[in-house]
Design a protein around this ligand. Structure first.
Ligand code: ACO
Length: 397
């Protein structure tokens, strides 16, 4: 809607677009989405091809640099990332301040924000190399912090990163290894984990990325900006949906109950929504959801649990919803979060860590957008509002 607010601002017209449905706030070369066709490209490469042929660290390089690395560049990039995997020993003390039952996303908001206290003074955000080093640190340290938040919650000692392992394998080692027993990552599960990282790596100006860009536009410390992104991601309408999907599937409990939940989702009086369904931009299949569904089948087969009841419920629910005129008319399809939770659960990751894994994966998208913002002429983000409060009045005598 274009609303004439000249009487209010004296400065001509501005657009009123709640939810930013049709307002572009920036230019970007990183990611392209065609929501009607269900297309997602990073640096021009289709997500399906990246998920199949590439790996997470290569996608990180692509998002940061706009090009895939040569073999030599990839080797060097991996070497640099491995140099940064440990967190400052002081960081481990932060964890002790939290209750054991604190949500790991709360811990991540705090601990990633706390990194700003370690890398602040010498940081020049206008220097491309400094920005690059911030990205390296974040890519490398997010799995370490994520795993620490889990280990803390179960009362086990933190595991140091192992640089002889691949990125996803190292994460699984820090999650599931103990000083008493080495964790030997199953290559199929490690590949699935890596694919989950790839599928979540970036998605242009979603709520959390826009939050990071806006926070960054004031010149704030990048680690603090990423912390704001983690906070925005946490909500169930965004990254928190993967946790909510699994809770919903468990609550449905049996295929015979699906119809009741679908009816509830359609009832305008009931706030319940089918979690993992619908997307602001996709009015077609989310291309990431298709890859996720296939990966889910592979993982459950590898583990010999193809008949996992939650998968059966999910598939049946998808089928019922896709045939229901309510979902068809509104173009509501499964999104990336619909099948990811089943894979994570099968790998042994607890539900409360699902959104943390999303945050870990999305950090590269956030920091790439933050860096892109600072690499070109920019100004502070400052949305306007449509004032609907009282007119000027006098304070009571
Ligand atoms: N279940 C039932 N109805 C739905 C759902 C759903 N999951 N999603 C949207 N609708 C309905 C709305 O009620 C609305 O109906 P109406 O036109 O009769 O009022 C219509 O579809 C349009 O929905 P909006 O809320 O306007 O869509 P919006 O683009 O604002 O929201 C969102 C998108 C937040 C993703 C929404 O679809 C939703 O809440 N989905 C469930 C949560 C979820 O899965 N989030 C993850 C998103 S992907 C991600 O962040 C990685």
């Amino acid at each position: 809607d274009v609303i004439d607010v000249r009487p209010l601002t004296g400065k001509g017209l501005f657009t009123y677009d709640p939810g930013f449905v049709s307002t572009a706030a920036c230019e970007s070369k990183i990611t392209y989405i065609d929501g009607d066709q269900g297309i997602l490209l990073h640096g021009g490469y289709p997500i399906e091809q990246l998920a199949d042929k590439s790996d997470y660290l290569e996608v990180c390089y692509l998002l940061l640099n706009g090009e895939l690395p040569t073999e030599e560049q990839k080797k060097e990039f991996i070497h640099i990332i491995k140099n940064h995997t440990m967190v400052h020993e002081q960081m481990s003390h932060f964890f002790n301040g939290f209750r054991r039952d604190a949500h790991p996303m709360a811990i991540m908001v705090a601990c990633v924000g706390a990194l700003s206290a370690f890398y602040h003074d010498s940081l020049d955000i206008n220097d491309a190399h400094h920005r690059e080093v911030c990205a390296f640190r974040l890519i490398a340290k997010m799995p370490t912090l994520a795993a620490m938040s889990y280990k803390y919650s179960i009362g086990q000692p933190f595991m140091y990163p192992r640089n002889d392992l691949g990125y996803a394998e190292n994460f699984l080692h820090m999650m599931f290894g103990t000083p008493c027993e080495e964790y030997k990552p199953n290559p199929v599960l490690a590949k699935a984990m890596d694919r989950i990282f790839v599928l979540h790596a970036d998605h242009e100006q979603n709520a959390s990325t826009s939050t990071v860009r806006l926070a960054g536009s004031s010149g704030a410390n990048p680690f603090a900006c990423i912390s704001s992104g983690i906070a925005a991601l946490w909500g169930p309408a965004h990254g928190g949906a993967n946790e909510a999907v699994l809770t919903m599937l468990e609550e449905i409990g049996d295929e015979s109950n699906i119809a009741e939940y679908v009816e509830r989702a359609k009832d305008p009086e009931d706030p319940f929504r089918l979690m993992g369904f619908g997307h602001r931009v996709y009015r077609n299949f989310d291309p990431r959801a298709k890859v996720m569904k296939a990966t889910c089948d592979q993982v459950l087969k590898e583990l010999g649990v193809e008949n996992e009841p939650l998968l059966k419920i999910a598939k049946r629910l998808e089928q019922i919803a896709l045939e229901d005129p309510y979902f068809v008319e509104r173009k509501l399809y499964p999104n990336v979060d619909f099948y990811s939770g089943i894979i994570l659960k099968a790998i042994g990751i607890p539900t409360s860590m699902f959104t943390v894994i999303f945050a870990l994966s999305r950090t590269i998208g956030w920091i790439s957008h933050w860096s892109e913002f600072h690499s070109s002429p920019n100004r502070i983000g400052r949305p306007r509002q449509l004032y609907t409060g009282p007119k000027k009045r006098n304070y009571p005598q």
